[in-house]
Write a protein that binds this ligand. Structure first.
Ligand SMILES: *[C@@H]1O[C@H](CO)[C@@H](O)[C@H](O)[C@H]1NC(C)=O
Ligand SMILES: *[C@@H]1O[C@H](CO)[C@@H](O)[C@H](O)[C@H]1NC(C)=O
Length: 499
C-alpha cells in the first residue's frame, strides 16, 4: 500500500478512511504518518535567524576572497590539435605548461533568489595564462612561449539551501554557468604569421576548457569549503553544566526578495534528561525590517523552554543562609530576629540559626509583548530552624508572587538579561509553628529577594546564552525590540580581528 502525502488534510482523511477499514497495520502506519506530520509539517521555529542583503554583502566580501584563492589553484590541462592551412597543409600544435596567474574578480555579488536560495554572480572577471607552444608544419618546427588574456568572464551559480536529518544546513549547487567572451593569445617567436593563422582555433579551445573548469572549481569549493563551514555552525550548544540549547534547523532556509530566513528549533533542554516540552512554539512573524545585516527572532518559547529545562533539572532552587547577609546589616538570620514577626519561635526554637529554601513550584513562564518582557514568578520559600545537630526543623512555607521585568541586550554574541523586581506579594501556604502576621515579613522578604537572590540571578543572566553564530563573528550596532510573543534582535556583523 502506498500512501502519498500531498497535503496534511488529505493524508489525515486518507488515514481515517483506511483506519475505518479495520486493518491494524494500516492504523499503525497512519499513526506514524500523523506523528511524522506533526513532527515535521507543523513545527514553528522557536528561533529565527534572518540574514538580509546587507548581511549577504558582508558574507560576499569574505567568500569572494576564498573563491579567488581557489580559482588561483585552477589547473589547466595540456592540449594539442591540428589545423589545416591552404596550400601548406596540416599544422600540428601542442600547448603545455599552462600557468594561470590567478583570477581578478572586480565585480561580484551574492543575491537572493526568492523560493530558491542564493545566487552568486561574477562579472567581468579576468585572468592571465602563460604557457609553452610547439608547432610542426612540413619541415618547419618551432616552439616558444605565449600568454593569454582571458577577459569578460561571467559566472553564475545558484546555491540551494536545505537541512539534513541532524538539522544542519546544507548547500547544493543545482546550477552553474560560465561564459567567457574574450580570449586573446599573444605568441612570442619569429613565426608570427603562422600563429596568426590558427590563433582563433586555440582561443576557442581555451574558452571551452576554461568555461568547463571554472564551474568545476566553483562547485568543488562550495562542497569542500562552504558546506563544511556551514556544518560547523553549532546546532546544539552546551550552555552550562545543566542545560543546552538546540539550534537545529526545523525547515530548509527560505529566501525572499529581502532576506534569507533560517528557522531553528530554539529549544533549551536539560543535559541530564531531555524531556518533551509541554507547550508548543507559537508562530513568529518577523517584521519586514532589513536595514541591519542580521536579525534574531527569539520567541517566548525559547525563553520558556529555558525556564522549563532549568526547573526540570532541579536547578531553580536557592538557599539563603546567614552567611549571605552582609556585615553592614544589623540583623542575623536566626529565630531571635524572626521572633519579632513570629513570636512563637522564641519559645519553640530559641536562639537558633535559620535558613530559607527558595524553589519554583512550577517552571517560570514569561510573556513577551510590545511593552517588553515580563515574568510573574511564583516562588515557594520554606523557612527552617537549624537544630544543634544540624538537622532542619521546618517552620513555615511562604509563597512569593509578583511582577518582574527584564532588560535584554546582546553582549559578545550572547543574549544577556537583567531582571528588575516590581511589587511582590507574600502569602502563607503552611505553618508548623501556628499563625502569625504574614504581612509583617513582607519587607524582610523583599530585602532577601532584592539584595541576595536578584544579584545572583542577574550575575548568571549577565553571562547570557549564546546566539547561533559561527565562531569569530562580532556583532555591533545592536537593536532590541519587543513584539507579540518574540524578541527581535538586530545587529551588524564583522569578523573578530585575529588576535
Ligand atoms: C536532631 O535533633 C532532633 C531534636 O533534638 C531530633 O528530633 C532529630 O531526630 C535529630 N536528628 C538527627 C539526624 O540526629
Ligand atoms: C502585577 O501586574 C498586574 C498587571 O500586569 C497587576 O494586576 C498585579 O496586581 C501586579 N502584582 C503585584 C504584586 O504588584
Amino acid at each position: 500500500m502506498d500512501i502519498k502525502v500531498v497535503w496534511a488534510g488529505g493524508a489525515w482523511q486518507q488515514c481515517h478512511r483506511e483506519a475505518r477499514m479495520g486493518a491494524q497495520s494500516v492504523t499503525v502506519a497512519c499513526g506514524a504518518l500523523i506523528l511524522f506530520l506533526t513532527l515535521t509539517g507543523a513545527t514553528n521555529p522557536g528561533f529565527v535567524v534572518r540574514i538580509t542583503q546587507a548581511g549577504l554583502d558582508y558574507a560576499h566580501q569574505q567568500g569572494i576572497a576564498v573563491l579567488k584563492k581557489e580559482l588561483a589553484q585552477l589547473k589547466l590541462p595540456d592540449f594539442s590539435g591540428d589545423f589545416r592551412i591552404k596550400v601548406l597543409g596540416k599544422v600540428r600544435y601542442e600547448i603545455s605548461r599552462l600557468d594561470l596567474s590567478g583570477f581578478q574578480l572586480p565585480h561580484s555579488r551574492i543575491s537572493l533568489v526568492p523560493n530558491v536560495g542564493l545566487k552568486v554572480s561574477i562579472s567581468n572577471a579576468y585572468a592571465k595564462v602563460n604557457g609553452n607552444w610547439r608547432v610542426k608544419l612540413l619541415f618547419i618546427r618551432d616552439h616558444g612561449s605565449f600568454d593569454v588574456r582571458v577577459e569578460n568572464v561571467y559566472v553564475n551559480i545558484n546555491l540551494k539551501l536545505g537541512n539534513d536529518a541532524s538539522g544542519k544546513p546544507t548547500i547544493g549547487t543545482p546550477y552553474c554557468s560560465t561564459r567567457i567572451s574574450n580570449v586573446r593569445v599573444r605568441f612570442s617567436g619569429r613565426l608570427g604569421w603562422l600563429y596568426n593563422l590558427f590563433h582563433k582555433a586555440i582561443e576557442s579551445k581555451f574558452r571551452k576548457i576554461l568555461e568547463g573548469k571554472v564551474c568545476d572549481i566553483v562547485v568543488k569549493s562550495v562542497h569542500s569549503k562552504l558546506q563544511p563551514y556551514v556544518q560547523t555552525l553549532p546546532v546544539t550548544a552546551r550552555i552550562d553544566a545543566i542545560a543546552g540549547v538546540d539550534y537545529s534547523l526545523v525547515a530548509p532556509p527560505t529566501a525572499t526578495a529581502q532576506s534569507l530566513d533560517v528557522a531553528l528549533k530554539g529549544e533549551f533542554f536539560s543535559l541530564a534528561h531531555r524531556s518533551a516540552v509541554p507547550f508548543p512554539p507559537l508562530a513568529l512573524a518577523l517584521p519586514p525590517d532589513h536595514d541591519r545585516m542580521v536579525y534574531f527572532g527569539a520567541s517566548s518559547y525559547f525563553f520558556n523552554t529555558a525556564g522549563f529545562a532549568y526547573h526540570a533539572a532541579g536547578a531553580l532552587v536557592f538557599e539563603i543562609t546567614d552567611s549571605m547577609i552582609s556585615n553592614g546589616v544589623d540583623f542575623r538570620l536566626d529565630t531571635t530576629t524572626f521572633s519579632a514577626f513570629v513570636p512563637q519561635l522564641e519559645e519553640m526554637y530559641p536562639d537558633l540559626r535559620m535558613k530559607f529554601r527558595l524553589s519554583t513550584p512550577s517552571a517560570p513562564f514569561l510573556n513577551i509583548g510590545p511593552g517588553g518582557l515580563s515574568l510573574k514568578p511564583v516562588v515557594d520559600i520554606q523557612a527552617y530552624a537549624i537544630l544543634p545537630n544540624s538537622s532542619l526543623a521546618p517552620l513555615f512555607l511562604l509563597s512569593l508572587t509578583g511582577n518582574v521585568s527584564a532588560v535584554i541586550n546582546v553582549n559578545s554574541g550572547h543574549i544577556v538579561g537583567s531582571l528588575k523586581m516590581g511589587r511582590m506579594k507574600l502569602s502563607l501556604k503552611h505553618s508548623d509553628v501556628g499563625t502569625f502576621q504574614v504581612e509583617s515579613l513582607q519587607s524582610i522578604m523583599n530585602f532577601f529577594a532584592s539584595s541576595i537572590l536578584l544579584p545572583r540571578l542577574n550575575a548568571r543572566l549577565a553571562q547570557g546564552f549564546p546566539l547561533p553564530m559561527p565562531k569569530g563573528i562580532q556583532l555591533s550596532n545592536i537593536l532590541v525590540r519587543f513584539h507579540q510573543n518574540f524578541l527581535l534582535l538586530g545587529a551588524d556583523v564583522r569578523s573578530q580581528p585575529q588576535g
